[in-house]
Design a binder for this molecule. Structure first.
Ligand SMILES: *Cc1c(COP(=O)(O)O)cnc(C)c1O
Length: 405
């Protein structure tokens, strides 16, 4: 029988060693994703900032630091993790929204690059930090994204400074003599069509044209990965070639080589992660064949939150008769991982493996139902490392203060 492996290590052996539920990451796959992304572009200067909200374990951050990536952070805590993992402050972009002045102050003190997406903060920076160069997040109102929850470019979106408010933006920048060194746009996840990107990009480059202090233009992310075999994904080579041509033409016209930045999260880590759990129960009802596992939306919420699809494989019995199952968790809430899935016959005690469990899986996990978060393991250069311990009861009560009743 063919065994599921990561860098030559048998995944079932790793599950026996570390126990399930368990996340396992493949650092070679992360490096391959990074290199493939970088090689798709042909421009003078490119910096890829890993959007670490996708998966923020320190060891994962270190892998990308060694690749030469920068980091995209959305909270002061992510900045602190990035610095701890060895990133230089100038390689960290801070792209938050709706945060307090205090959090911006802390970020300025750390020396990271600041991205601003509203007028109030722009005035705050203009009066308090006139010497700090900043980046502006623009919303081009180009609708993208596979689903409304993750589309952040449309007209009703809370993100960015509206493209329709550029005259006001120019006035504020002039009044406070703000040094605008970067322009940023992030239109949302799951954009499939290179043409949408390039259209949004051209709208953004018209804004870049209005400022002569610009050093870089950051086009965010939205690169789609395939969640099932043959699933739709961004053709990165095609996109990179078309985009580079357009960007180089702009730089020629401007007479300056601007740095091109992107901030992929999912693209870099999604397919480098696997989630493993135990089958506790097979339950046949008149309508459905349920497989009950020792996990739920507390460990991997994407199917319930976004209707996301994760391929599920029975790695304990991978070449048996294919049957139709609904895979459900143990949480007292809607907790369905997959409906009517074709899976090789499942028995109590088998190990199920979820693919594409690198991005927005562990990082969105919780203690709901007072369950422990799983352990995380990384396979690096053919060796397995425990990179986060499984939680224990002490973690659940840590910080709680019992009152005398
Ligand atoms: C979430 C986010 C990203 C990464 O998005 P992916 O779809 O994971 O590539 C990039 N930039 C910003 C500002 C984000 O909020």
């Amino acid at each position: 029988m063919k065994q599921a492996q990561i860098q030559g290590l048998n995944i079932l052996d790793l599950v026996a060693k570390y126990k399930a539920p368990l996340y396992i990451y493949d650092s070679t796959q992360m490096e391959e994703n990074y290199n493939r992304f970088v090689n798709a572009f042909d421009v003078k200067s490119l910096k890829v900032h890993y959007a670490c909200k996708a998966l923020s374990n320190l060891s994962v951050l270190k892998v990308f630091n060694r690749c030469g990536a920068g980091l995209d952070c959305v909270s002061i805590q992510e900045i602190k993790l990035g610095l701890l993992a060895g990133f230089s402050p100038e390689d960290i972009l801070f792209t938050p929204n709706n945060i307090s002045e205090t959090e911006y102050d802390e970020a300025v003190a750390k020396g990271v690059k600041i991205n601003i997406d509203n007028f109030e903060m722009l005035e705050y920076f203009g009066s308090k930090y006139p010497e700090v160069p900043i980046c502006l997040r623009i919303n081009p109102h180009v609708m993208g994204g596979g689903n409304r929850k993750i589309s952040v470019g449309h007209i009703g979106s809370k993100f960015g400074i509206s493209i329709h408010q550029i005259p006001l933006l120019e006035r504020l920048v002039k009044t406070y003599q703000i040094n605008v060194e970067g322009i940023h746009v992030h239109t949302g996840s799951d954009i499939l069509d290179s043409e949408i990107f390039i259209y949004a990009a051209e709208v953004i480059l018209d804004v870049v044209d209005k400022f002569d202090t610009i050093k870089y233009v950051d086009f965010g992310s939205g690169f789609k990965v395939a969640y099932e075999q043959g699933g739709l994904e961004t053709n990165i080579e095609d996109f990179g070639a078309k985009f580079s041509e357009m960007f180089n033409m702009y730089c020629n016209k401007r007479g300056a080589d601007l740095e091109l930045k992107f901030e992929p999260g999912k693209y870099l880590v999604s397919n480098a992660g696997y989630f493993l759990c135990n089958v506790n129960l097979i339950k046949q009802t008149p309508a459905t064949n349920f497989v009950g596992v020792d996990s739920g939306m507390n460990h991997l919420i994407r199917p319930m939150f976004y209707d996301a699809y994760h391929e599920i494989v029975n790695i304990s019995n991978s070449e048996d008769q294919i049957k139709i199952y609904s895979v459900v968790g143990y949480i007292c809430e809607t907790d369905t991982f997959g409906v009517d899935r074709r899976i090789s016959q499942v028995r109590k005690g088998d190990i199920l493996m979820f693919k594409n469990a690198g991005a927005y899986c562990y990082s969105m996990s919780s203690n709901y139902n007072s369950r422990y978060r799983p352990a995380e393991v990384m396979v690096h250069k053919g060796i397995d490392y425990l990179i986060r311990e499984r939680e224990t009861f002490d973690d659940l009560v840590k910080g709680q203060i019992e009152i005398e009743l």
